[in-house]
Design a protein around this ligand. Structure first.
Ligand code: PNW
Length: 440
């Protein structure tokens, strides 16, 4: 058996970013504030008081960053559109200067032969809409669809992701309160999930209606759950946690229903079913073209349902490194969803990288992480998983949400004092992988 097979010639090797994490220029050219501007400027919410005001200054360094992508040989680039750059109030007037930035980005990608994937929502809801209840307001789904139509019409992009990681919005934004808008109320979180799902479905319909031939899908962060020991109780907890981690997000989109075991489990708090109106689940389960899979880690749970760490963790304390989990996940998804192409829309790890004496960044831990996960993906593909692309998270070190600038996920190092970019060893390794079509 060939243990280092060649990936298909048309495989989409890319890197991903998101708007608030890299752009900066938060009050330029008519951009309105988002919930993340407000949250990051609230004392105590982000490590070190960091904000996305400047971030990597990508907004002003667009041409250089495009050249950087080309120099790494990227075939694909996944970015997100800032809703409040395009519609400063979230609804109503469109800000052409905001759209122009993304037009320049997309043109620059096409000019370099890099295929764009645009994500409509990567957590930066316009603050004006948060003031009207945000995702707790059912109208937010139709505001989103209106915004989606504007962006679909403006940008020459074939591949679209709707909502980035509804699970993170639900858990970090509305249960733990560690992300904007900082709510700590589970009862409000599942309403938000349903409205995010509705928004997703309405955007799929909007694309179908206006732009046949383009592709659209969700971007779900999924984490395989395993029992930490051989007990029946641990096995039972693993099944339940699989519901909370994975089926709660997959089933509404692919089966048109929320998983009943999860609903029962959270019945006291979720108030979900009362918000699901006739016809909603048909909207939510509108057929999609691909599933964006974001994989960082797996979870092992014991008989009490507590997470047990069995493998080394990265700089981010939740990021337990387990490449076999990606293999298991892809094999499972291709079995359960045989007709749905899979695209890895994010995979990566954080390290406290710093330049060595030679000025280079020797991030061998990241190379090991990428090698392990890409090999796991290759094994799943060899067994028939239909994976068409892989996007490393992230192109650049960036604003890592509540962790500020301390956790570095980039293939490219950013010196946040000078904003200079230096490709890490992992970026050069990834360049060689793309050029050769197999693991270096
Ligand atoms: C993703 N977890 O978030 C996001 O899409 C990115 O914006 C982010 O920078 C990246 O992963 C790294 O964190 C996640 O706790 C946040 O399992 C948390 C988790 C997973 C993904």
């Amino acid at each position: 058996m060939n243990t280092n097979p060649r990936f298909p010639g048309d495989f989409l090797w890319g890197a991903a970013t998101s708007a608030y994490q890299i752009e900066g220029a938060v009050s330029e050219d008519g951009r309105g504030p988002s919930v993340w501007d407000v949250f990051s400027h609230t004392p105590g919410k982000v490590r070190g008081g960091d904000t996305g005001d400047v971030a990597t200054d990508h907004y002003h360094r667009l041409e250089d960053d495009l050249d950087l992508m080309a120099s790494l040989g990227l075939r694909g680039y996944r970015f997100s559109v800032s809703w409040s750059r395009v519609m400063p109030e979230g609804t109503g007037p469109v800000n052409q200067r905001g759209l122009d930035f993304y037009r320049r980005l997309v043109d620059g990608l096409h000019a370099r032969g890099i295929r764009p994937t645009a994500t409509l929502f990567h957590w930066d809801l316009p603050q004006a809409l948060q003031d009207k209840g945000g995702w707790e307001n059912r109208d937010c789904a139709s505001w989103f669809a209106d915004y989606a139509r504007v962006v679909f019409d403006a940008l020459d992009v074939a591949d679209w992701c709707t909502i980035n990681e509804p699970k993170t919005v639900v858990e970090a934004g509305y249960q733990l309160g560690i992300h904007a808008p900082g709510v700590t109320d589970p009862a409000r979180s599942y309403v938000v999930l349903h409205h995010l799902n509705l928004a997703h479905g309405l955007a799929v319909r909007a694309l179908r209606a206006g732009h046949p031939g383009r592709r659209i899908g969700p971007a779900l962060n999924l984490a395989p759950v395993y029992p930490a020991d051989d007990s029946e109780r641990a096995a039972e907890q693993a099944r339940l946690h699989d519901g909370l981690e994975n089926r709660l997000y997959l089933d509404p989109i692919f089966k048109g229903r929320y998983p009943s075991d999860v609903l029962e489990r959270v019945a006291a708090t979720h108030r979900l079913t009362e918000h699901v109106l006739d016809g909603d689940l048909e909207t939510v389960s509108e057929p999609i073209d691909f599933l964006g899979v974001q994989y960082y880690h797996s979870k092992f749970v014991d008989g009490d349902g507590n997470r047990v760490f069995k493998y080394p963790v990265a700089q981010a304390e939740w990021l337990e490194i387990y490449p076999d989990g990606l293999y298991d996940l892809l094999v499972r998804l291709s079995r359960e969803l045989p007709d749905t192409p899979l695209v890895i829309t994010e995979n990566g790890m954080a390290s406290p990288d710093a330049p060595a004496a030679d000025g280079r960044i020797h991030d061998t831990d990241r190379i090991d992480y990428l090698r392990g996960h890409i090999a796991a993906m290759g094994r799943a593909m060899a067994e028939g998983a239909k994976v068409t692309g892989y996007h490393a998270w992230s192109l650049l070190d960036n604003f890592e949400w509540a962790e500020g600038y301390e956790q570095r996920f980039g293939l490219v190092y950013v010196d946040f004092a000078t904003l200079e970019r230096v490709p890490k060893d992992s970026a050069l390794w990834y360049r060689d992988l793309i050029a050769g079509g197999r693991l270096p």
